[in-house]
Ligand binder design. Sequence first.
Ligand SMILES: Cc1cc2nc3c(=O)[nH]c(=O)nc-3n(C[C@H](O)[C@H](O)[C@H](O)COP(=O)(O)O)c2cc1C
Length: 330
Amino acid sequence: MAKIGDIDVGDFPLLLAPMEDVSDPPFRALCKEQGADVVYTEFISSEGLIRDAAKSVMKLDIYEKERPVGIQIFGAVLESMLKSVEIVEASGPDIIDINFGCPVKKVVSKGAGAGILKDIDLMVSLTEAMVKHTKLPVTVKTRLGWDHDSIKIVEVAERLQDVGCAAISIHGRTRAQMYKGDADWRPIADVKNNPRMHIPVFGNGDVNTPERAVEMRDKYGLDGAMIGRASIGYPWFFKEVKHFMNTGEKLKPPTLEERIEAARRHLQMSIDWKGEILGVFETRRHYTNYFRGIPHFKEYRMKLVTSDHSEDVFAAMDLIEKKFAGYEFV
Ligand SMILES: Cc1cc2nc3c(=O)[nH]c(=O)nc-3n(C[C@H](O)[C@H](O)[C@H](O)COP(=O)(O)O)c2cc1C
């Protein structure tokens, strides 16, 4: 049974990965309904939070039904990180997560995200200061290292644990790899196999089939799987993985009606949360996966992803429901 601080997250929990412009409250709620055990917000800038930038502050919203939820922040300046811990705490999350893994230039160049992998002492001291500054469990999400020649994740994870980090999620790539190549789970297993390690070690990167989740559990012996891209437009992935882990059998994919129902609710929740324009715009990236596999779908997908008004998107969904009624997904 894995625990993050005092929070019981079950046996081999499935965690929804933090994903910018994806892991928002509507999507997190859908993933939670489908079996995600812990969900994380997208990363939120500590500098944005302390400036009270509206966009950063809005990302703190959480729904009761999605708990336990972790809010992820990034930054490299101690005072800003500590101040943002106070701001984050006020919105009542269950966990505070620190992003030490984002590879993008504009983050890394400020020494934040994966940039901190070049200064492990700072990574450890920032984590320690944040742990001391809050009663909430503090978790870390990071990568294997800066590049292939500087992988010291076993030592880094142990140091983070020793300053009070409550769990660690490790993406099996280096910063230099960005998203290229395959995620390597062996160094993550090395972290787990360190006899001094007692906090949960969650694996991340390329868990894109139920079989791979089982491999992460049984072959690599990790404590849980953090899932990102495989869930975009496919929140059922969590349920499918759980079912397969428990029974060894594959669930039937969701029916067209279930997909339409989820897509409608997703859009409606997004509009309720961020307004018509952003709600319509930001739900678009999910539709391809919601309806993946339907032949000759391009015309309908275009309607979904180019309509600017929600009534047109809902009308397209009605049309898809009629046109492809009874379609059997494989
Ligand atoms: C669209 C997108 C946005 C992401 N945003 C974040 C983020 O805000 N914070 C973070 O720690 N990782 C972020 N990531 C990385 C994911 O959390 C995850 O580590 C990565 O996608 C590998 O897992 P996967 O193979 O299951 O997708 C993002 C990934 C994607 C695809």
